[in-house]
Design a protein around this ligand. Structure first.
Ligand code: NAG
Ligand code: NAG
Ligand code: NAG
Ligand code: NAG
Ligand code: NAG
Ligand code: NAG
Ligand code: NAG
Ligand code: NAG
Ligand code: NAG
Ligand code: NAG
Ligand code: NAG
Ligand code: NAG
Length: 660
């Protein structure tokens, strides 16, 4: 039975059904559509759940299919929407049979191969969304809209398309949304793109597009959103923003733009979001806030702007996020920044700021401030301890690498909403205050590389969010760069607060005393770093309760006793370091311990892989004669055998601990 016969039987079946129950809706689709869909399905490697040939006489009930309301026996397929259906394989030309198709949405699948030309011969197609697949090859270059004249959405985001930005777009008069972002496109923008007068959203970010941004872009007078970030655009920004009267969102971050901010850009009344982070723009920051009435988010970080921190920005009253980090600015925070009442996120790291006391006194008036990043400023100043400072809504304070003197200030204890605190790489002395334990939302604490003394406060084992993992994070309205400056290490840059891993980092201080057994409470902690302190006593047996731990660094302390065997249960730990302590006994061998390098254990003298290697001070460790692996970590093998035992005894003895 051929397709036609097959189809006829459907029709008859449908009709008989119809006769039985006149009210029932028949779902028979046109034979061309039926064939085209079967062809489509047969090109895939996966089957589509709910596409059943035999039980229902047509395809209108199949998953993702929409039919029109035309004649009873012969409805046409107008929608094929199979987003997130785990489809794999290729799409083939048989789709061309869907001559009435208006919406094609195959996003979020595993489709691959190149696009068939037939895709652009669908005469009625309006929306094509192929985003988030693994399509390759170039996108059709010619006559994209000569047959398909009604296309208004084209989404090719997040694939592996290569070649140039297609030239053949000039006939796509109806196009409103065009997205090629996150692909491998190169070359410069074709002039034909600038004929798409109805375009309101253009997403080109995350490619390798080069050349300048031509004045032609001013022809796209209906643009609302333009994102060309993370490409290789160079030259100056064109002074055409006056003609883009509806532009709300402009992002050109991480390109190679040079020159000053164009006059029409800094006077745009429509712009809400402007992101020029990580270019080589220079000159003063001369925004006209009286014109830019709608500005909500501004990021000019990592450029070559110079001059004082711009006073005039304080008139941008709606501003929620402001990033000026890593520019050649200087001076104090202007007094009138206290008027930025809407401000939630502020980053001024590495801008040669001085006078931290004045900065904090001014910024505390920005009552909605949630994230404050002031890293790499205020060199050698004193950490203010003014008890009148109040930051009631602060979720995050990143004040690292400032060489600040003094101690951890008491006023911080009133920041009840603190989730993230980074005071690393300063010169802070004194102790770690016990009130840290009261921060219910704190999940990231970095006090590393200071001169903190005393014990680790036991209250750190009571940090609620590290126990329950109940963390709600307010992300900024738009992209916002957090740089955590590391001396000698890479500069880590985060886009989101949620990408910070739950961390306690107290490394490189002078802390002493024990590691509290109650740390086991912190089931949601991912990173525990206590490296380079003077901590002593044993590694508590029940640290194995920290089931979320990925990194545990206890190296360069004075810890003694054995490595608790129970730590093999820390199944997520991928980085483990107990080197340079006074540990002894057998190194556990199961679980993740198989994967740790010997450097993780060196410098302990008393640690070994031997089967009956123990820590007991009153008994010579017995080694099985069958034993194959036998390394005394941290010492050459030859002397290891002899001295290892002696050192084991001495260290264990000195530590004052006895083992049963
Ligand atoms: C539907 O049936 C036809 C003919 O029997 C077959 O070739 C095709 O693969 C089937 N399609 C689906 C989606 O099961
Ligand atoms: C097709 O429909 C029949 C009858 O309802 C059912 O038994 C069969 O499992 C269905 N097949 C698929 C692949 O859904
Ligand atoms: C079919 O008709 C109904 C009701 O008149 C309408 O809501 C629906 O959008 C129509 N469907 C199509 C695909 O035109
Ligand atoms: C396509 O489907 C996805 C869901 O899978 C949806 O998020 C997206 O908005 C759809 N695209 C269009 C253009 O409607
Ligand atoms: C593709 O882009 C269109 C237009 O911007 C949008 O409506 C659609 O949701 C996008 N698709 C996905 C999967 O995000
Ligand atoms: C362009 O957009 C306007 C308003 O949205 C619409 O009236 C017009 O038909 C569109 N032009 C084309 C060629 O689609
Ligand atoms: C811009 O539009 C004008 C007419 O409105 C047209 O003559 C010109 O060629 C267009 N420029 C580009 C670069 O497409
Ligand atoms: C800055 O932009 C350059 C390209 O101009 C890119 O290679 C680099 O990764 C970007 N840096 C950041 C932190 O985004
Ligand atoms: C920073 O600006 C000062 C003048 O304000 C100038 O002397 C210095 O060369 C600039 N540094 C850089 C790296 O551009
Ligand atoms: C700090 O900013 C200067 C330019 O103002 C830049 O040259 C330097 O690389 C920046 N340092 C870091 C660590 O970001
Ligand atoms: C401050 O935040 C609150 C709560 O999110 C909001 O209702 C209020 O409008 C904000 N204030 C300003 C000046 O934006
Ligand atoms: C998480 O916190 C919210 C409010 O902060 C609370 O309503 C909710 O009950 C908490 N959930 C758990 C599992 O603790």
């Amino acid at each position: 039975m051929g397709f036609r016969g097959f189809y006829l039987s459907f029709v008859l079946l449908a009709l008989s059904f119809e006769l039985q129950n006149l009210n029932s809706e028949t779902l028979t689709c046109h034979l061309d559509d039926f064939r085209a869909l079967n062809g489509f399905s047969s090109c895939l490697e996966s089957t589509i759940a709910g596409w059943n040939n035999t039980s229902s006489p047509g395809c209108c009930t199949w998953t993702g299919i929409t039919c029109d309301n035309s004649t009873v026996s012969c409805r046409r397929v107008v929608g094929l929407e199979l987003g997130s259906q785990k489809l794999a394989g290729k799409i083939c030309g048989s789709l061309a049979g869907l001559s009435q198709l208006r919406v094609l949405n195959l996003s979020h699948n595993f489709l691959q191969g190149s696009l068939p030309d037939e895709l652009f011969s669908l005469p009625n197609i309006e929306i094509i969304d192929l985003s988030n697949n693994a399509f390759v090859g170039s996108i059709k270059n010619k006559g994209m809209c000569t047959i398909s004249t009604r296309i208004h959405v084209l989404n090719f985001s997040n694939n592996q398309f290569s070649g140039k930005v297609p030239k053949g777009l000039e006939n796509c008069n109806s196009l409103q949304h065009l997205s090629f972002d996150e692909n491998g496109l190169s070359g410069s923008l074709p002039e034909s793109l600038f004929q798409l007068k109805n375009l309101s959203e253009l997403n080109l970010q995350g490619n390798s597009i080069s050349g300048s941004l031509s004045n032609g872009i001013s022809n796209l007078s209906n643009l609302v959103k333009l994102d060309i970030s993370s490409n290789l655009f160079s030259g100056v920004l064109p002074d055409i923003f006056g003609r883009l009267a509806g532009l709300e969102h402009f992002s050109a971050m991480s390109n190679l733009f040079t020159g000053h901010l164009p006059n029409s850009l800094v006077n745009s009344p429509s712009l809400q979001m402007l992101n020029l982070n990580n270019n080589s723009l220079s000159g003063p920051i001369n925004l006209n806030c009286y014109a830019m009435k709608n500005l909500l988010s501004l990021d000019l970080g990592s450029n070559l702007f110079h001059g004082p921190i711009p006073n005039s920005l304080s008139s941008c009253r709606r501003l929620k996020t402001l990033g000026l980090a890593r520019n050649n600015l200087s001076g104090k925070i202007p007094n009138n920044y206290r008027n930025l009442k809407s401000l939630t996120h502020l980053s001024l790291s590495n801008t040669s700021l001085n006078n931290i006391l004045s900065a904090l006194r001014i910024l505390q008036y920005c009552r909605n401030l949630s994230m404050l990043v002031l890293t790499m400023n205020f060199h050698d100043e004193q950490m203010p301890n003014d008890e009148n400072l109040h930051f009631k809504n602060l979720n995050g304070l990143i004040l690292a690498n400032c060489k600040l003197r003094g101690s951890i200030p008491q006023w911080l204890s009133s920041c009840h909403k603190l989730q993230l605190l980074d005071l690393s790489w300063n010169h802070l002395g004194g102790s770690v205050p016990s009130w840290f334990g009261k921060f219910e939302s704190l999940f990231y604490l970095d006090l590393s590389n200071n001169s903190l003394k005393g014990e680790i406060p036991k209250s750190l084992t009571e940090l609620q969010s590290l126990i329950s993992g109940n963390i709600t994070i307010d992300e900024p309205v738009s992209s916002f760069q957090f740089h955590t400056a590391r001396q000698g290490g890479p500069i880590l840059s985060y886009r989101q607060i949620s990408s910070f891993r739950p961390t306690l980092d107290l490394s490189f201080n002078n802390l002493q005393g024990p590691i509290w057994p109650d740390f086991w409470n912190l089931k949601r902690l991912h990173v525990l770093n206590l490296k380079e302190n003077n901590l002593s006593g044993p590694i508590p047996n029940n640290l194995s309760g920290m089931t979320g731990l990925e990194k545990l660094d206890l190296s360069h302390n004075k810890l003694s006793g054995e490595i608790p065997r129970s730590l093999v249960n820390l199944s997520f730990v991928s980085t483990f370091d107990v080197s340079y302590n006074h540990l002894c006994g057998k190194i556990p061998e199961e679980g993740q311990f198989d994967t740790f390098p010997s450097a993780s254990f060196e410098g302990n003298n008393g640690l070994c892989h031997a089967e009956y290697c123990t820590c007991q001070s009153d008994q010579i460790p017995i080694h099985s004669p069958r034993e194959k692996k036998r390394i005394i970590i941290g010492l050459p093998f030859e002397i290891g055998a002899a001295t290892g035992f002696v050192l084991t005894v001495i260290f264990c003895f000195m530590s004052g601990l006895s083992f049963p």
